[in-house]
Write a protein that binds this ligand. Sequence first.
Ligand code: FES
Length: 145
Amino acid sequence: MYSEKVMDHFQNPRNVGEIENASGMGTVGNAKCGDIMRIYLDIDENQIIRDVKFKTFGCGAAVATSSMATELVMGKTVQEAMTVTNKAVAEALDGLPPVKMHCSLLAEEAIHAALWDYATKNNLTIEGLEKPKSDIGEEEEEEDY
Ligand code: FES
C-alpha cells in the first residue's frame, strides 16, 4: 500500500524537532482525523530557509509527508518554497494512496502557515501565499478532501 520512500520517512523521519525563536511557525490540523502538524522555519536575511523542523501528531502518512516536505524546502528561498505543494510532496514520496492525499495537504498547509507567520512578522509579501485557513487557534473548518 505504501511506497518504500513513505515507509522510510515514516520510520526515520528527517528534521524532527523544534527551532527556538523560529523565523516562522505554522500549526495546522485536520478537523476530521484530528491530526496536527507544526513546522518551524529558520530563514536568513536573504530569505533562504536555512533550517526547518517539524512535529507531527498524526498518522504515518502525515509523518512521512512532513518529513519529506522539510527536505524539499530546506535551502530554498521562501518564494521557491511555494512550489512545494502537496502534489510535489506526494510525488517525491513515489505516491500516496488516494485516501491519504489529505495528509500531504496538511504538510503544504503547515509550510504555508509558517511562511505566512514569517511574512507577517517581517512585513513581506510572498507571491501566491494566502492566509492559512486552518491555522489552529482560528476557526475550525470542516473540509472535504
Ligand atoms: Fe489525518 Fe493522515 S489521517 S493526516
